[in-house]
Design a protein. Structure first.
Length: 94
């Protein structure tokens, strides 16, 4: 089963969570990562003000192929995913 989940890494004194696609049967918590599709920073940078980035094209690619989101990632990105997929439905219907 392919899972989209958060992978925690430490950069200096800050923590960063990468949004990764991994094979759950061979690497349940760590190990082989198929693709990094974004990141989440609990504390935003003062200069860039970026705290979350996700490549929605790659997310939709993996979801169409049966990948399932981890529950913590789903709760974090649920408002963004609803907004993104509603925009795509409006574009397709026009």
């Amino acid at each position: 089963m392919i899972v989209i989940r958060l992978a925690k890494e430490r950069v200096g004194s800050n923590q960063i969570y990468f949004i990764v696609v991994s094979n759950h049967t061979t690497a349940p918590t760590s190990g082989r990562i198929l693709e990094k599709i974004g990141f989440y920073k609990p504390i935003a940078d003062k200069l860039s003000n970026k705290y979350c980035y996700i490549n929605f094209d790659r997310l939709s690619f993996w979801v169409e192929r049966g990948a399932q989101c981890n529950i913590s990632l789903f709760n974090l990105l649920q408002p963004l995913m609803e907004y993104f997929f509603s925009l795509n439905k409006k574009k397709r219907s026009k």
